[in-house]
Ligand binder design. Structure first.
Ligand code: ZN
Ligand code: ZN
Length: 413
């Protein structure tokens, strides 16, 4: 071997001793030097859950010890990543800045118990991005033609999912709409009119429900809008966390803690519960409702989800994008060409004008057909008369002739 590789750090190759990396989709470690493969023992499991007390913010979960030794902080954006890297410089996947990997941190974090390993390879993710950009309607042509990722990095993004039992005491008033009719006199004539009144009833009760797998992104650095767009991930069946899946990849350390994470998902759970209570009560409207929520047995999972992160620099501006490392779904930002927007606007206007024109044309044709239909039905009636199918015009009873609207065909087809 002419190339002298650096000494291995995490997973040495059994054949040549060099450093192996996780190969997406294969479920194995791969040696880039001698091409050896080593399967990663994996089991798909229902992720274990740990208790979390929202009042004290205390959790009973094991700590992620090795994260301390392998953590780096980006001096530009503050993103903390866990990576088993040998290179002296690290490119931050979140802000694109390069830094020397010296700034380690040692704040203890909760260990991820489960994860979804990458199954989309880097080349596949890059190809999907190129396709995605080509489909961008308003992106400038030059951007579409040249778009390729600056440097794509496979990053595991931290998520918490919360489960909780929620009990809720509620009270207020429920209203039912009722229509009442009343009589008014208009110009000396009596008229019946209706209006809607609301009958109010006091309501009070207790409801209990279970909320399952409410996800919260635990990253402050990742572009959450893009993350939302590349969902879903299959959260039900996950792989046991194994550092081998991180070989050659990064994992972001969570920057949103459990307390903040739960606080961000809590209003949504409460809104769901309140709307459930109202739907179940079945009134038409509500007034003065108060709800007291008691969260019980809050459980959480800390999971890592695979995302290819990169950006494309166009006219000195950085356009980030992400590819779902499990499904290959892409979301990205792209410049908007004012010319294309204008053209699209013009096309839309032209289309609109065409539709109006067509409607006018159809109406005109209808009017012409109506004008033609009168002599047509007359001659038909005349023919029918001579053929003896219909009584002669003067013989048609008044009641019957009156039943045909003017211009309508008189033949009983
Ligand atoms: Zn090897
Ligand atoms: Zn950064």
């Amino acid at each position: 071997m002419d190339q002298q590789p650096s000494p291995p750090l995490g997973f040495p190759c059994k054949s040549c001793g060099n450093r192996m990396v996780y190969s997406p989709g294969s479920g194995a470690l791969f040696c880039p030097y001698c091409k050896a493969e080593e399967p990663i023992p994996s089991e798909e499991i229902e992720a274990p859950e740990y208790r979390f007390d929202p009042d004290s913010s205390q959790a009973d979960a094991p700590m992620w010890e090795e994260a301390g030794d392998l953590s780096f902080v980006c001096p530009a954006c503050g993103a903390e990543t866990v990576q088993e890297t040998l290179s002296m410089t690290v490119t931050c996947p979140f802000c694109g800045s390069q830094y020397v990997n010296e700034t380690k941190t040692n704040v203890p974090v909760i260990r991820p118990e489960t994860m979804i390993p990458f199954s989309v390879k880097k080349e596949e993710a890059a190809r999907r991005y190129t396709e995605y950009v080509r489909r961008r309607l308003f992106a400038p042509r030059a951007f579409k033609k040249s778009a390729k990722s600056d440097s794509m990095q496979g990053v595991y993004i931290p998520y918490f999912t919360f489960d909780s039992d929620l009990a809720c005491d509620y009270s207020g008033r429920g209203g039912r709409y009722r229509t009442v009719s009343y009589t008014v006199e208009v110009n000396g004539k009596k008229q019946v009119r209706t209006r809607t009144v609301t009958d109010w009833y006091p309501i009070r009760g207790h409801e209990e429900r279970y909320f399952d797998d409410m996800p919260v992104c635990a990253s402050k650095n990742a572009d959450t809008e893009l993350l939302r767009k590349i969902r879903p991930f299959s959260l039900k069946v996950l792989h046991v966390y194994n550092p081998a899946y991180l070989a050659g990849f990064m994992a972001e350390r969570y920057s949103v803690g459990l307390g903040d994470g739960f606080a961000s998902v809590r209003p949504q759970i409460e809104r769901d519960m309140e709307s459930y209570i109202r739907t179940k009560a079945g009134y038409d409207t509500y007034s003065g409702m108060t709800y007291t929520h008691h969260f019980r047995r809050v459980r959480f999972k800390h999971i890592l989800l695979p995302v290819w992160i990169s950006s494309f620099t166009y006219k000195e501006k950085r356009y980030p994008f992400m590819v779902n490392g499990e499904t290959g779904k892409v979301a990205g930002r792209a410049p908007v060409s004012p010319l294309r927007v204008l053209l699209a606007g013009l096309c839309f206007a032209a289309f609109f004008a065409l539709v109006i024109l067509l409607i006018a044309l159809v109406n005109a044709v209808d009017a012409a057909a109506l004008a033609l239909s009168a002599p047509f039905s007359e001659s038909t009636a005349l023919f029918a008369e001579t053929a003896g199918l219909l009584p002669a015009a003067e013989e048609i009873p008044k009641s019957l002739s009156g039943a045909f609207p003017a211009g309508a065909p008189v033949l009983p087809l």
